[in-house]
Write a protein that binds this ligand. Sequence first.
Ligand SMILES: Cc1cc2nc3c(=O)[nH]c(=O)nc-3n(C[C@H](O)[C@H](O)[C@H](O)COP(=O)(O)OP(=O)(O)OC[C@H]3O[C@@H](n4cnc5c(N)ncnc54)[C@H](O)[C@@H]3O)c2cc1C
Length: 331
Amino acid sequence: METKDVVIVGAGPAGLSAAIFTSLDGWDTLVLEGDWVGGQAAIAYTVMNYPGFPPGDGEILIENLKNQVTSPPPKGTGAEIRQEKVIKIDAENKIVTTDANQYKAKVITIATGSRMQKLGVPGEEEFAGKGVSYYAKLDYQKFQGKIVMAVGGGNSTAKSALLANTTAEKVFLIHRRDSMRAYPPMIKRLAKEGVEVWYNTELKEIKGDESVRGAVLFDDQTNQEKEVSLDWIIISVGTEPDIELAKEAGLDFDGCFVKVDDSKMTSKKGIFACGEITGCVNHLVTCASDGADAGMAASEYLALEKIKRGETFKGAVNGKYAEEYVKMLEG
Ligand SMILES: Cc1cc2nc3c(=O)[nH]c(=O)nc-3n(C[C@H](O)[C@H](O)[C@H](O)COP(=O)(O)OP(=O)(O)OC[C@H]3O[C@@H](n4cnc5c(N)ncnc54)[C@H](O)[C@@H]3O)c2cc1C
């Protein structure tokens, strides 16, 4: 079993930012990612609200961040990212089990973020990956000649529909309310680019054979159901925190979020958490900041533990930190 100072679960903005701070302080840091590096940020369309990043594709921002995390100093911080899905966290013994390996860590930071919310309608699970998807950005190249329906009322849904419209034969959007939450310019763009919006319309069932062929929709105003033919459905109705691992690890919760103290430590000693699983505001900048806080706190914790064991700790900046900790312990 490999030993690491810090194992971070999840390579989204929170996990990667935490890695910057622990690896800069010299702790051997490993980030484990089950899907794609960057999490939700990697599939963001045009990120316009990240300081210092000119409006652009989330993928570009994440590529920069990944290089910053993994490149050896001075270009980066020299942490490692491995493509492994974590299947279990033993919080008491600080052992992380993945689909490929097991790691013994001194600190574990959980940054598993959020996953797309399911609608829970019949056919959704059966056709997942066969015409039902949650991220247009990953699938829109397959939409040539297809009729695509986007479900939801927010900016993500509108962006999904607009992206699908660049390749599909026809795109329409359904929303269960009588107005969309998406920004007005986005709604105008939908109209300008010929994406119909069907308000007061709910998806009730997804139908098909090998793949999606149609959907049963319910019109809230006429109280009538109708069946439409289509080839692809993009469900974009929000996200929910990805908390299974944290739950199984026996951590305390605050509602549906992992509970952390001011230093981002969970109810288990040496287990930190950051980003959307802790209820952080759903933005790149806030989750990155939360990850930075968790990274700094983990670094302090590791230093303090070393000093408590009577081991020498040189500290990140010429021993300055070590002196502070010793004083703190003496006080
Ligand atoms: C389509 C879309 C567009 C967006 N656009 C913007 C925008 O323009 N501006 C903005 O500020 N915000 C935007 N956001 C929100 C922003 O991306 C998120 O708030 C942010 O990414 C959350 O960061 P996080 O690190 O907490 O979680 P996430 O980004 O969700 O990352 C969590 C990571 O953990 C991994 N993980 C989960 N479980 C495991 C496991 N068992 N083992 C290993 N890895 C695991 C996941 O695969 C994922 O990579 C957008 C989100 C979406 C979905």
